[in-house]
Ligand binder design. Structure first.
Ligand code: HEM
Length: 504
């Protein structure tokens, strides 16, 4: 079919000449230049008049370069100096632009409390969609509102002290098994801690079940998880061969494995404790429940994967820092060892393993953990997003902007923690001022696994300090991100058996 010829162009009117001149270069007279210039000026004035309130009320700060903003600076500078430099210049609330998003950073305890606690409904948690794809969109931390609080209650119930008390000997066995492989060897601390924290996460999620078939299933889950993890921190490029693509494939297989496990547990009627047991049990008494109160299997799977994610890299990074700080503070290491040897003596006399009550007697070791959480602040900040335009301390936070409470800045403020760069566990002999210490977050999204994390660290430190000594290999200063800040190269070290004291 032939198209009809196009109609002839209409003659230009006076106004179309003006517009046309922006599109095609035509020679202009002086009068035309004056008209154009004044039109442009008028346009700019109009725009400025329409938006002045928003611009005036945005927090102070620099948005950096177009698109990249200040991302490179954040990830190449020492995080302490990135935040403190801006805080000194602009105050406790400032704007910036990172990872392609306009952000407001907040470094006062009161303001952080408002974002995370008292006006939390105005600031939803936010993650890149690639992370949601890998973990699963139904994981508790991607949500707000009714679904979040229903699942959060169940997750919290699985990790309350009353629920984890019974896991002490199981966790102790994992620690002993790992430490037995450490005799006179060189190793990478972070990798070893990941093994430990991962195994602890698995038993807390799947329950204390020593059956052989579960052990095999867990090995399979571990393998798939490793593929998942590699993709989590890679470029989100879903093309064959990329780490991200492999992670998405592993995620599908993980889904199938977990679905089968759920089915099996339902068929046999054994729930075996752990988070999975609690989630499966949540649908009991179906008759009393509305449909929207039931938890689907897909939601169970996403939450299982999500909790394992949240549990192991965090704890492994903190444990790595603890070993570094104890290594660097010989007197403190000896004091911690004395505390642990006293407990060890009791256990040997009674011929038994650790109990929950023993871990409550480890007060100095607990303060070392508290101080490590402050000093290392592995979660430098968290991300929220304003769900609407929010008036905040005299500024406007526009809808869609990210809001970042800066835990690290608060933990490193000399106003709340004198000599913040000093590793000094004794500062926790008195409780910190309210809202100044948030290693596990605050408010509705605060960490449900804090007690488990502390428990597994105490158990590990008990056996480590009473059995071994360790020497950092190579350059022992510097930080790397993977994704949390950890000592450079994951803290390579050489381990030797601890010398027994001569008894005279
Ligand atoms: C030392 C280790 C850990 C640290 C430093 C840590 C820190 C945090 C922080 C700061 C948050 C709040 C994030 C936010 O507000 O956006 C959080 C949330 C969370 N953590 Fe942990 N965590 C640790 C270990 C664990 C463990 C062992 C588990 C599981 C047993 C766990 C499960 C979770 C979950 C499920 C959330 C999301 C809660 C929600 O959105 O309501 N974490 N964690």
């Amino acid at each position: 079919m032939q198209l009809p010829p196009p109609p002839p162009p209409p003659p230009f009117s006076d106004t179309t000449v003006g517009l046309q001149s922006f599109l095609t270069p035509v020679p202009l007279g002086l009068d035309m230049i004056v008209i154009l210039f004044s039109t442009l000026l008028l346009l700019l004035l109009c725009l400025k008049w329409r938006q002045p309130r928003i611009h005036k009320r945005l927090p102070p700060g620099s948005m950096g370069w177009p698109y990249v903003g200040e991302t490179l600076k954040l990830y190449t500078e020492n995080p302490n100096s990135f935040f403190s430099h801006r805080q000194k210049r602009y105050g406790d609330i400032f704007k910036t632009h990172i990872l392609g998003c306009p952000c407001v950073m907040i470094s006062s305890p009161e303001a952080a409390r408002i974002i995370l606690v008292s006006r939390a409904h105005l600031f939803r948690p936010t993650y890149p969609t690639s992370k949601e794809k890998i973990i699963g969109p139904e994981a508790v931390f991607f949500h707000q509102g009714a679904y979040h609080s229903r699942v959060k209650k169940l997750v919290q119930a699985s990790f309350l002290p009353s629920a984890i008390k019974g896991s002490v000997s199981e966790i102790e066995n994992i620690a002993l098994k790992l430490l037995a492989t450490w005799k006179d060897t060189s190793l990478n601390t972070l990798q070893e801690m990941k093994k430990y924290a991962f195994d602890v996460a698995l038993i807390s999620v799947f329950g204390n079940n020593n059956k052989e078939d579960l052990e095999m299933e867990l090995e399979g889950i571990k393998h798939l998880y490793q593929c998942l993890e590699k993709g989590y921190n890679s470029m989100p490029l879903d093309l064959p061969g990329t780490l991200f693509h492999k992670a998405i494939k592993a995620r599908k297989l993980l889904n199938e494995t977990l679905m089968k496990l759920i089915e099996k547990r339902r068929e046999t009627g054994e729930q075996s404790g752990g988070l999975l047991g609690v989630l499966l049990g949540a649908n009991d008494n179906n008759n009393n429940k509305l449909k929207q109160e039931l938890i689907s299997d897909a939601q169970i799977v996403d939450n299982i994967i999500g909790v394992i994610f949240a549990a192991h890299d965090t704890t492994a990074s903190v444990l790595t820092w603890i070993l570094k700080y104890l290594h660097d503070n010989a007197e403190l290491l000896e004091a911690v060892t004395r505390e642990q040897e006293e407990i060890r003596g009791m256990l040997l006399d009674a011929n038994r393993g650790l109990t929950w009550e023993d871990t409550r007697r480890m007060s100095l070791t607990s303060r070392v953990i508290q101080e490590t959480l402050r000093r290392a602040s592995i979660l430098s900040f968290t991300f929220r997003e304003a769900v609407e335009d929010v008036e905040f301390e005299g500024y406007l936070i526009p809808k869609g902007w990210k809001v970042l409470p800066l835990f690290r800045s608060i933990h490193h403020s000399p106003d709340f923690f004198p000599q913040p760069d000093k590793f000094d566990p004794s500062r926790f002999e008195v409780p910190p001022r309210p809202n100044t210490y948030m290693p596990f977050g605050n408010g509705v999204h605060s960490c449900p696994g804090s007690e488990l994390a502390k428990l597994e660290m105490l158990i590990f430190l008990h056996h480590l300090t009473t059995t071994y000594r360790w020497q950092v290999v190579g350059d022992d200063d510097g930080i790397q991100y993977g994704p949390f800040p950890v000592p450079k190269q994951g803290l390579p070290m050489k381990v030797t058996p601890k010398m027994k004291k001569n008894v005279t």
